[in-house]
Write a protein that binds this ligand. Structure first.
Ligand SMILES: [Zn+2]
Length: 500
């Protein structure tokens, strides 16, 4: 039986298309024997375990050792077929298999029908988990990915592509409890192959036991934080000369994907899937990201703003650290839920500031010693508030100035409670009541602009957003002022603190 592989015949399914690209990278376009391709893939999917086994070689009439193998991690989360043992024989009272076990996955396209993935009519068989890993929870998956409902059937070409998909994926395991999978997809397979060859493959690590095959700026148990970590790491490839991992062709392709160089190639999506590897992969989330250019434009603005203030610093590191910082070390591991929520809203170009506020008041302010946000956070957030949320520069400037004075004064006067009252204000009336208290107790003048209402808006923004930004600036200044003297020596400035 033969299959025909062509970059001109995408299926539209992200997993199968990626597998096709992997197949063509290995075997080339054109007609191929199914058996030859299948054997070639199996070889790449098993790994030596480092253990030795023994079997009885009947032709040599002696016991021999062999190196045990198993499905490579974490492919073994999805391929649950174990090695087939050989018949046993008893020699000198001991039982031996007559050959090492065979790790095999058989295709059996004996039925006829329509392939769920590519629509081809012909020999097909019911799809299995090792062909399409997300078929494990079909009902759940159909909600995420409506292309697949009910039982799937698969043709030999798509079955081989499905198996090859494991060679092209990006994955990141977190503590054995969570497995994140990332797959880029485009309907243009030539573009997808170029992305694989010039960008992804050079960055991918060899299969290792480290629990991941792709570096990220940071990663955690949740999908969005890890997705953001991956994107930041990709972005950094175009900024840091010292990384030096991508060829000029790779950088050029990445530049055009990120909108820095014309022409912008075909549409690209990045899928992120997360679940618990266990007996069966239990998918928890399925995300799709495609706003690469918008995010990269912001990223460049962040770098530019940081360069103005801290020309001697490594700006890439600063940006990574700003998004990384929203976690809390606990006795048992690290809680990253704030980072996850902020990353989720950032990737959706939404308002993540309520989580920054929550993090400052609930985590940072209660740490010992308390720490302000990392250096450059306020600059980067200001750019986001202006560019994405529509905050006027003038308002940001007012809030920053007033917020900083408020924070410093509250710290000096021992009035942290006032900041919590501000943070907790649930209505416009309450907000004004707190401002009134601040005026009275700290003898501060409230900027007029904050008092000029248009409906429930202050300078074009809902009052609650204004309140959130003010309370972030104030608490950040409070925490900066409250730091022990020693820690304040370096990186001190009104615009951002340093937590070292
Ligand atoms: Zn097919």
């Amino acid at each position: 039986m033969k299959v025909y592989l062509s970059l001109d015949e995408p299926t539209g399914n992200f997993w199968i298309d990626n597998g096709l690209v992997e197949l063509i990278s290995r075997f080339g376009e054109g007609e191929h024997e199914v058996e030859e391709v299948r054997q070639g893939l199996l070889k790449e999917l098993v790994r030596k375990t480092g253990k030795l086994g023994r079997y009885y070689d009947e032709s040599a009439k002696q016991v021999k050792e062999y190196e045990k193998v198993n499905w490579a991690y974490p492919v073994n989360t999805f391929i649950r077929v174990s090695g087939k043992p050989a018949p046993k024989i008893t020699i000198a009272g001991e039982e031996y298999p007559t050959a090492p076990p065979v790790f095999d996955l058989k295709l059996n396209p004996t039925g006829r029908g329509r392939c769920t993935f590519c629509g081809a009519e012909g020999p097909t068989e019911p799809s299995k988990q090792w062909i399409f890993p997300f078929l494990v929870t079909p009902d759940k998956f159909a909600n995420f990915y409506p292309g697949l409902r009910g039982a799937a059937r698969v043709c030999p070409r798509c079955a081989l592509a499905g198996l090859a998909g494991y060679l092209g994926w990006l994955y990141r395991a977190q503590g054995g409890e969570v497995l994140h999978i990332f797959v880029f997809h485009s309907h243009d397979l030539r573009f997808l192959k170029e992305l694989r060859d010039t960008v992804l493959q050079p960055l991918k690590l060899k299969y290792t036991d480290k629990g991941f095959n792709f570096p990220t700026a940071f990663a955690g148990p949740y999908i969005h934080e890890t997705l953001l970590g991956l994107l930041l790491w990709l972005f950094a490839q175009l900024q840091r000369q010292d990384l030096g991992e991508l060829s000029d062709a790779g950088k050029e392709l990445l530049r055009s994907i990120l909108g820095e160089l014309p022409p912008i190639p075909s549409e690209l999506k990045l899928y992120g899937i997360s679940g618990q590897p266990g007996k069966r992969f239990n998918m928890g989330s399925f995300e799709e990201f495609s706003r690469f250019q918008e995010l990269y434009r912001l990223y460049r603005d962040w770098l530019a703003a940081l360069t103005t203030r801290w020309p001697q610093e490594d700006q890439v590191r600063l940006v990574n650290h700003i998004w990384d910082q929203f976690y809390q070390r606990r006795e048992r591991g690290t809680e990253t839920i704030w980072r996850e929520r902020i990353a989720r809203d950032l990737l959706g170009f939404g308002d993540f500031f309520p989580y920054v506020e929550q993090f400052l008041y609930e985590v940072r302010a209660k740490e010992s010693p308390p720490r302000p946000l990392s250096k450059g956070s306020e600059e980067v957030f200001g750019i986001y508030a202006k560019g994405v949320l529509g905050m006027k520069e003038e308002l940001n400037h007012k809030l920053k100035g007033f917020g900083h004075t408020l924070g410093r004064t509250a710290q000096k006067e021992g009035e942290m409670g006032l900041l919590y009252s501000l943070r907790n204000a649930k209505s416009l009336e309450e907000f004004y009541r707190v401002l009134n208290d601040i005026q009275f107790r700290l003898e501060m003048t409230i900027p007029e602009e904050l008092l000029g209402l248009e409906g429930e808006k202050i300078m074009g923004l809902p009052w609650s957003m204004v309140k959130t930004h003010l309370s972030i600036y104030a608490m950040n200044a409070y925490l900066r002022a409250a730091r022990p003297q020693e820690g304040r020596m370096k990186g001190e400035g009104e615009g951002g603190g340093s937590d070292g």
